[in-house]
Design a protein around this ligand. Structure first.
Ligand SMILES: [Zn+2]
Length: 274
């Protein structure tokens, strides 16, 4: 699992915003989110947009989505022929659904980049983006399966924004991404059960209150989730100015509950799953 973007929305965290790659046998099989700056990191990683079997979104905040068109336009210059399925949440009054998001970007006649409408309206030449809305579920659900990969999602609470946590099963291993969530409910713990690697978002410090806490998990909640799910290793990402520099406190809070290995992610870090 490679972290392409280890930061949050702030440019002064000097990190790309959220993006993760799952590699298998030298190929980037799954892309999860595409925050600002991550398209550059994608190129630096050596991945190519002809490789992914599937593209996933946790939710549609800017720091998880804004480099998606950059990655897609990059694919235009590569030899991609097969369709690219795109899975993400349904919409509500605050956010588009995954299908709306893709069409708002690329579809005729109103898409911002409708000059790429071939991607969503079959014509000769282009491969197809195939967006799918994942219906909300409080328990993990199988969303996608091919010969190598199984993907499960569960709805998580991130304020009023429809949001998903994802589990990627590949090569007999389980990689789980919390996405942005305050950790409420049992769904994330169920999804992360016995994960080989659990990537959680370190967006707020212990003691956070108000909106910050309503949107994000403090270290104590991350630690409790990792412990209850018996995950084998924990990676902390989505690091923000309010948590950067507090790594010792964060680690201490988590260790009170979870005894496995804890690592803080930086852009382009790779985490081997043995
Ligand atoms: Zn975020």
């Amino acid at each position: 699992m490679q972290v392409l973007g280890s930061g949050g929305p702030e440019s002064q965290d000097k990190r790309a915003s959220t993006n993760y790659l799952v590699w298998d046998h030298g190929s980037a099989r799954v892309v999860l989110d595409a925050g600002g700056g991550s398209a550059l990191r994608f190129g630096e990683s050596g991945a190519q947009m002809s490789q992914p079997d599937v593209f996933l979104f946790s939710h549609f905040h800017v720091d998880h989505t804004s480099d998606f068109p950059a990655l897609i336009f990059s694919s235009w210059f590569e030899d991609r022929k097969r369709p690219l399925p795109v899975y993400g949440p349904t919409g509500n009054d605050f956010m588009p659904s995954t299908a709306e998001f893709v069409h708002d970007l690329f579809a005729d006649p109103h898409g911002a980049w409708r000059y790429l409408s071939e991607l969503v309206e079959p014509r000769q030449g282009s491969y197809q983006l195939q967006p799918h809305n994942v219906a909300p579920s409080s328990t993990p659900v199988l969303i996608f399966r091919n010969a190598n990969i199984s993907l499960y999602a569960v709805t998580v609470i991130h304020g009023q924004v429809p949001a998903l946590a994802w589990r990627i099963e590949i090569g007999g291993k389980r990689i789980v991404f919390s996405g942005d969530t305050n950790g409420e409910g049992e769904g994330l713990t169920q999804l992360a059960s016995n994960a080989d690697l659990f990537v959680a978002h370190n967006a707020v410090p212990e003691g956070a209150t108000g909106v910050e806490r309503r949107l994000h998990m403090p270290p104590s909640v991350i630690g409790a989730t990792a412990a209850n799910a018996h995950v084998k290793q924990l990676v902390l990402s989505h690091r923000m100015l309010r948590t950067l520099g507090k790594e010792d406190e964060t680690r201490t809070e988590i260790k009170r509950r979870y005894s496995g290995p804890i690592q803080f992610a930086n852009d382009l870090d790779c985490f081997l799953i043995k």
